[in-house]
Design a protein around this ligand. Structure first.
Ligand SMILES: [Zn+2]
Length: 229
């Protein structure tokens, strides 16, 4: 079967980038980002189209994957899905793109804990006797400039249920953080540093206060009101 030309303007940016790799660069050969941009002078975000191809099983190494490459160079290692064919472009090979080694690396980086609820592998949930099973999930992230990216995260089976399309909006997170009071920010910084939500004196006092019988809660409240005057 003959491939369509990479210069065919009826094709989308992703398909044309894939065909350009095959027809101009060639498998195993290196290319520079500037060459890609020169090939598609009118296409915005052509770098992103190139990165998107990795989701379709295309292997393109950067200097991070291959130390023999310079920072400007990338190597077209192997072709993936035929993204120029109708239907092919809709099925990113997300699962297949995570190798066992990558999976282990992600789990280790997340301390073998679910990033959503904090449960560790094999620990049982408080309300059941079911041990937690950890998975590596792919999440869509909306970056502050409005573009989207994907990242991988450790998640327990329970937190992952029905959330395959969950999107994280970085701008929203930043806005929430900015709206915090200086004290709340300080608490958040402590949690971030510990990578764990630690109970500060405030939460401990609150927890103990809530466990008191009503007349003692009133006594504590009255004491506090006196102190604040
Ligand atoms: Zn969880």
């Amino acid at each position: 079967m003959t491939l369509p030309s990479w210069q065919n303007k009826n094709l989308g940016g992703r398909a044309r980038t894939a065909l350009w790799l095959l027809q101009v660069v060639g498998v195993g050969k290196t290319f520079k980002k500037v060459e890609l941009r020169e090939a598609f002078p009118d296409a915005a975000q052509i770098d992103r189209r190139l990165r998107d191809l990795r989701d379709y099983g295309w292997k393109i190494d950067t200097s991070r994957d291959d130390p023999t490459l310079t920072q400007q160079e990338q190597r077209f290692v192997a072709a993936g899905a035929e993204v120029w064919l109708p239907g092919q472009a809709k099925t990113p090979k997300h699962k297949a793109s995570i190798t066992a080694a990558q999976r282990n690396k992600i789990l280790a980086a997340d301390n073998y804990m679910c990033r959503a609820c904090g449960i560790a592998a094999g620990e049982t949930y408080e309300d059941t006797l079911t041990p937690a099973v950890l998975n590596v999930a792919r999440r869509k992230v909306v970056l502050p400039d409005g573009s989207t990216d994907h990242h991988t995260v450790t998640e327990c089976k329970r937190c992952g249920v029905g959330s395959s399309e969950r999107t994280v909006d970085v701008t929203q997170v930043l806005a929430q953080v900015r709206a915090l009071s200086p004290m709340e920010r300080q608490a958040l910084t402590t949690w971030i540093e510990a990578d764990q939500r630690t109970l500060g004196p405030l939460e401990k006092a609150w927890g103990t206060y809530r466990s008191l019988p009503e007349h003692l809660r009133k006594a504590v409240a009255a004491e506090l009101a006196d102190d604040n005057e």
